[in-house]
Design a binder for this molecule. Structure first.
Ligand SMILES: [Zn+2]
Length: 521
């Protein structure tokens, strides 16, 4: 156990637990500016520190990319007034750190603005998820190209375990040869110097072929760097959750571990959620640094390959299975889709199938849905939304102090989470259902993810931290994205500041591209 504890920095736990000891400011002290110019003054807002403390009425002063003062700015001197470049009146509004998305998708070289994220208050995204990062040995060059091109929000990059398998020549082999494993470990070691951790996608190829020994060996390297293993676990079905979590906890003996988009596929109720949370609490009590995130929707979204068996996922495997194991494949698909609430609960979101359920396609083609999956779509033929979760269970998970928020979304994904998640947390869970206080919701979306990523100068609104700041009135926040129209931008985040520059204001994107490719500590 001492090995485990060594990897948990004090800062990590300080950021993760509610920490009233760190107070954001003392509003009684006036600001005595000795700056030549003040870039942004946000006046009279209700300021949340991101740590979960009660908000305070205060002004926020930004110089360059840094918050230099929180309190009563009291600019009375005319000469001082003239030094303020931009004033923002935040009277009656909340001023909080920008949100940090722990699990995002998209190509920054294609859509560098990432307006879907900025519009829901997100100022930092995390890419390279689900075991998949750009397939280049020199990931650093790709990140340089991203920085060169410019990017709207900040980027925290992960290296994908599946990508390491591909680059090392391991591919789909269950047991990598010693030199293949050696290449994976060396590549991981190098890449972790400038990335935030390793992601796994154990429900996807090639990652699903990996066994425990390989994952442990990689986790050891992650732990040596003080980084985190971000995991899309092997199986999210309710009856497989315990096994999947146990596998991740093994890696947790070597490094901090984090469950991406924690969910129970076809599990139900708060009691079941409490059982899952108890497993995580027990692990934490024994010294394992485990955290998780959820997105606030009851449908998942991924490639249709998710319903195919492991022996029929790749094009090659599928062709063989179709030829030699057709009946077995039909039976598997029938049973798997029925278990996932049936073909009505699968809403396809790509190509010619967009907006149709699997049941509707079966009706159109006048064939059973399993034949549609085999003969019309195939395991690589579409992505879709799957209505497989239970609202009561997912809401209870969200309430745990060790569970944060991710969108798992992208600028183009056909699921409302990519444009709605962070707005929906406020609209639905804070204002609507009162299941979270605003300061706790803000903490989950700011200092908590910063702690998971190991970022200590963002995710809090304190003097000296980076100026990623948003201004909004919680009562006006709207997640407008829906399943039929998932690409509608969120409303209500009036000002979004990234590194001290206004990235979006009053529903309009600026041309700032003020995000940075973040470097880990
Ligand atoms: Zn995933």
């Amino acid at each position: 156990m001492h090995l485990i504890r060594r990897n948990l920095s004090a800062a990590f736990w300080r950021l993760l637990v509610l920490s009233p000891a760190l107070s954001s400011c003392d509003p009684a002290e006036p600001f005595l500016p000795d700056y030549e110019s003040i870039d942004i003054l946000i006046e009279n807002g209700t300021v949340f520190d991101g740590l979960g403390n009660e908000p305070v009425s205060a002004d926020v002063v930004i110089v360059d990319d840094t918050i230099v003062f929180i309190g009563d700015a009291a600019f009375t001197d005319q000469e001082l007034e003239e030094r303020i470049a931009t004033r923002i009146d935040a009277g009656g509004k909340s001023v909080t750190p920008g949100f940090i998305d722990l699990h995002s998708h998209g190509d920054p070289l294609e859509t560098p603005e990432f307006e879907n994220f900025l519009a829901m208050g997100v100022t930092t995204i995390s890419l390279g998820q689900d075991g998949s990062s750009p397939e280049t040995v020199e990931l650093r060059d790709w990140l340089d190209a991203v920085a060169q091109r410019g990017i709207g929000p900040n980027l925290a990059m992960f290296v994908g375990h599946g990508t390491l398998r591909t680059l090392s020549g391991t591919g789909l082999t269950p047991d990598p040869a010693p030199e293949e494993l050696g290449r994976m470990l060396a590549l991981l070691d190098e890449t972790l110097d400038y990335t935030f951790g390793m992601s796994t996608g154990l429900e996807y190829n090639p990652g699903l072929n990996a066994k425990s020994a390989e994952l442990r060996a990689l986790a050891e390297v992650v732990g040596d760097h003080g980084r985190v293993v971000m995991s899309h676990m092997r199986n999210e079905d309710d009856d497989q959750l315990e096994t999947s979590i146990a596998e991740l906890l093994e890696q947790g003996e070597h490094a901090r571990v984090h469950i991406s988009h924690l969910k129970s596929v076809f599990g139900k109720g708060a009691v079941r959620a409490n059982e899952i949370l108890a497993i995580l609490d027990d692990a934490r009590n024994s010294g394992i640094g485990i955290t998780a995130d959820v997105y606030p929707y009851i449908a998942s979204y991924t490639g249709i390959g998710i319903v195919f068996p492991v022996w029929a996922k790749t094009a090659e495997q599928f062709a063989t299975a179709r030829r030699e194991r057709r009946e077995e494949l039909e039976a598997y698909l029938r049973q798997r889709v029925e278990k996932r609430n049936g073909p009505e609960a699968t809403l396809l979101g790509t190509g010619p199938f967009t907006g149709k359920t699997l049941a509707e396609l079966a009706f159109e083609h006048e064939m059973p849905f399993e034949d549609v999956l085999i003969d019309v779509i195939g395991p690589q033929g579409a992505s879709g939304a799957y209505f497989v979760m239970n609202d009561e269970l997912q809401t209870r998970l969200l309430q745990s102090p060790y569970v944060g928020v991710c969108s798992d979304g992208s600028p183009t994904g056909f699921h409302p989470r990519g444009h709605g998640t962070f707005a929906r947390i406020i609209e639905e869970y804070v204002v609507g259902q009162h299941v979270l206080s605003l300061q706790e919701a803000v903490r989950k979306m700011t200092s908590f993810p910063a702690g998971v990523l190991g970022i200590d100068d963002r995710g809090t609104l304190l003097e000296g931290t980076k100026a990623d700041v948003i201004v909004f009135d919680a009562a006006n926040v709207r997640a407008l994205a829906t399943y039929p129209e998932p690409l509608q931008l969120a409303e209500g985040f009036e000002v979004v500041i990234v590194n001290g520059e206004i990235a979006r204001q009053d529903g309009r994107l600026t041309d700032a591209l003020a995000g940075r490719v973040l470097a880990p500590n």
